[in-house]
Design a protein around this ligand. Structure first.
Ligand code: ADP
Ligand code: MG
Length: 423
């Protein structure tokens, strides 16, 4: 080109510029040809890939669908089998736990009324004042030497079924000072059922992460004098706000406005429940006293999705530290305290009525007799799992209350009704 010549570039291309340009042109053309050939090879490859993948899909789709169907059937059968296994023993379990005699009781000269046979973990005997023995049978009996770990080992199956999509209720029942809070909450060195259960949920959800996706959230509430209070609400205005139970479209019960906090680790749960616990003792001079006069409920919502078949599931696990079951003397009780006691009696006997109606397969279950049973309605009965810890004191000083608790628990278990028959 004349322009190249004009700015002296000709020397760069050597003496014969037109030859150089020709060579360049040839090289360009051959490169272009190779490129175009490459493109068509690529296109051919792509077409081959598409054909192949269509072919694979066509060939494999029926097998895939077949496997998925088998998998779904397998899941359903596993659930049925599990249910049948549980049905053999019923969906209701009652465990008895007796705390150790404490140094104060020992120093006052009280002794233990509890007699355990080490070869028998379902029975206990109580030595009465006249030295006669009363025998009680439960699904398991934990003595003063059984630690939190041993207790949780027996609780584990119930917790696992929550992960499988069943609604679960775990209660601690008993006189104040018998270890209800110790069993459920525990201490920071010796954590109880609540934390161990959550720990199990987190761990199992991780183990199943290749097929299942889980989400957990926590609510915490108190039922005091038949009023529901949100213990995880941010400020005191919200604490004071009275919450109501509403029936949802799918027939289950819900408490609109209740905080549902997502949780991902046991430590998060521990600090959340500590905060909730501090919100309990409003209006009381003695925190421990108030906590024994109200029911404290922790609800864990478990949402799961099976990534293979898309099944979604939501279940509740309720962890309930009940109000103290002790009867209060008529003379010492008046005013506010009398009202409290009446509410507690009413709700505990309503709970007893519901569970014993379930255990004896009574078609009418009286859920509506208290806020407690109404709240728990969709998690009590049907294929829901119920576990009640009946906490007792070993001390001779508490003998009367201990017998009351054991009688209540026996009634709840339906033992009076004889062996439970399937309808
Ligand atoms: P509740 O909640 O029924 O009123 P707590 O859980 O507060 O009773 O227990 C009363 C006391 O007894 C607490 O100091 C608790 O640590 C202790 N305690 C209860 N159960 C046990 C146990 N199994 N082993 C050791 N200490 C216990
Ligand atoms: Mg307590």
């Amino acid at each position: 080109s004349p322009a190249l010549k004009d700015n002296g570039m000709s020397s760069f291309f050597g003496p014969d510029l037109s030859t150089a340009l020709q060579l360049l042109g040839t090289k360009y053309n051959s490169l272009m040809k190779r490129y175009q050939e490459g493109s068509s090879r690529l296109q051919a490859l792509e077409a081959e890939c598409v054909t192949l993948s269509n072919k694979c899909l066509n060939e494999c789709q029926p097998r895939y669908e077949n496997l998925k169907e088998k998998y779904t059937l397998e899941c359903a059968e596993r659930k049925c089998l599990y249910n049948e296994l549980i049905e053999l023993k019923g969906n209701i379990r009652v465990f008895c736990r007796c705390r150790p005699l404490n140094p104060e009781e020992a120093s006052k000269g009280y002794s233990s009324v509890l007699e355990l046979d080490p070869s028998q973990d379902m029975e206990l005997q109580i030595v009465c004042t006249d030295s006669s023995r009363k025998k009680f049978r439960f699904d398991h009996v934990f003595g003063p030497l059984d630690n939190q770990e041993a207790v949780f080992a027996e609780t584990l199956p119930v917790v696992r079924s929550a992960l499988d999509g069943y609604n679960v209720c775990i209660f601690a029942y008993g006189q104040t000072g018998t270890g209800k809070t110790y069993t459920m909450e525990g201490t920071s060195e010796d954590r109880g059922v609540n934390y161990r259960a959550l720990g199990e949920l987190f761990q199992s959800s991780m183990e199943r992460c290749s097929t299942m996706k889980y989400e957990f959230s926590i609510s915490m509430l108190e039922v005091y004098n038949e009023k529901i209070r949100d213990l995880l609400a941010e400020n005191s205005d919200q604490h004071a706000k009275k919450l109501e139970i509403k029936q949802t479209a799918d027939g289950t019960q819900d408490v609109p406005g209740l905080v549902e906090a997502p949780v991902n680790s046991v430590d998060e749960v521990w600090s959340m429940l500590k905060t909730g616990g501090r919100n309990r003792s409003v209006g009381s001079t003695n925190a421990n006293e108030l906590s024994s006069r109200s029911h404290c409920l922790v609800r864990v919502i478990i949402k799961s999705e099976n990534m293979l078949n898309g099944h979604q599931c939501r279940s509740n696990m309720w962890l309930v530290d009940l109000a103290g079951s002790e009867r209060v003397g008529k003379i010492e009780v008046e005013g506010e305290r009398l009202k409290e006691s009446q509410f507690i009696n009413k709700s505990l006997s309503a709970l007893g009525d519901v569970i014993s109606a379930l255990a004896s397969r009574n078609p009418h279950i009286p859920y509506r007799n208290s806020k407690l049973t109404h709240l728990l309605q969709s998690s009590l009965g049907g294929d829901c799992k119920t576990l009640m810890f009946v906490q007792i004191s070993p001390s001779t000083a508490d003998l009367g209350e201990t017998l009351c608790s054991l009688n209540f628990a026996s009634r709840v278990r339906g033992i009076e009704h004889g062996p439970v028959k399937k309808q």
